[in-house]
Ligand binder design. Structure first.
Ligand SMILES: [Zn+2]
Length: 318
């Protein structure tokens, strides 16, 4: 097993060993299901796992439960050109996976596999399917064909139809333990003093920690936190803070805000009313849903409302 970063096909991460071994056992004992739902928070490597597992299944001469990396099938996968593997993702603009892509799967599954083995589909993330797409997928799940495997990557299982979930094997991918995360980061990052802060900001997700260091997101996150602190102490106005906030990716920044709120509720030192803070949490969840919808939104307005209410959670020093 390789335990390296950046990600490449034919690997899984150290914290995914038990999931890999269990599924591998099922391959060897001919007990692999037709659909697997890989559920866990973002940035724990679910997609990398699915891609590696697909390669493991399609490889023509796998060794000790791993793809060989050398055969024709492996080479086709490295070139992203294997005829028996489909990867479905929403296009960036609409953020949803429509029914047409899923309908094509019917044809894909109906054909004989070109390499004579399995046919594998990865849907990433599964919750990006709209209702029509989800219903179309359901048909494939209800009447599975021989030697076909659907791998669903799912960050938010609550957004997936119950009827889909009930027809898939659930495999959970939690964040690794803290010691494991520290060890992995120490192997994959140059030594740094802010490692604990990094882990905290990444909410324990190793690949997010790497992303934070590579993209300048760590600094954005620090700025965002300072902004929230300045708002809480009434040093700045919510309107000017909203202007700065709208520059961040809203999905990510709303998660940051949620995390900060949880910390403030836990410490209980500055928040004036627990009732208000839980009401605020509901509002935050609603905002997150809005941002996930395909509708065009006035982000500035959303931030203004959230930050005005944020400021009201804290006492004004006289
Ligand atoms: Zn191979």
């Amino acid at each position: 097993m390789l335990d390296s970063y950046p990600d490449a096909p034919n690997i899984y991460f150290s914290w995914q060993k038990s999931q890999w071994e269990k599924l591998n056992f099922d391959i060897e004992n001919d007990r692999l299901p037709h659909a697997i739902n890989l559920v866990g928070p973002s940035h724990v490597g679910k997609y990398q796992f699915a891609a590696s597992f697909a390669q493991r299944i399609l490889c023509l001469s796998s060794l000790d439960g791993h793809a060989c990396g050398q055969c024709k099938a492996c080479k086709l996968i490295f070139a992203d050109n294997h005829p028996d593997l489909r990867r479905l993702e929403p296009d960036n603009k609409s953020k949803t996976l429509g029914v047409d892509s899923i309908r094509e799967l019917g044809e894909f599954f109906a054909k004989t596999s070109q390499q004579g083995g399995w046919k594998v589909v990865i849907i990433n993330p599964a919750e990006s399917m709209n209702l029509n797409a989800a219903n179309a997928l359901l048909k494939n799940l209800e009447e599975p064909r021989e030697k076909t495997l659907i791998l669903l990557i799912c960050h938010q299982p609550s957004r997936l139809l119950v009827t889909i979930k009930s027809r898939c094997r659930l495999v959970r991918f939690p964040v690794p333990s803290l010691p494991e995360m520290r060890l992995w980061l120490s192997k994959n990052l140059a030594p740094r003093e802010d490692i604990e802060e990094l882990i905290q900001y990444a909410s324990g997700s190793p690949l997010l920690a790497i992303k934070l260091t590579e993209t300048g997101l760590l600094e954005s996150r620090r700025k965002f936190d300072r902004l929230l602190d300045d708002l809480a102490t009434h040093k700045i106005s919510a309107i000017s803070a909203a202007e700065a906030c709208k520059e961040n990716d809203p999905h990510m920044a709303l998660d940051w805000l949620y995390y900060k709120l949880v910390l403030e509720i836990r410490s209980g030192a500055k928040i004036t009313s627990p009732v208000l803070s839980f009401r605020y949490m509901d509002r935050l969840i609603q905002s997150k849903k809005l941002v996930q919808s395909p509708a065009n939104l006035n982000l500035l307005l959303i931030w203004e409302e959230l930050l005005i209410n944020w400021q009201q959670l804290f006492k004004k020093n006289k």
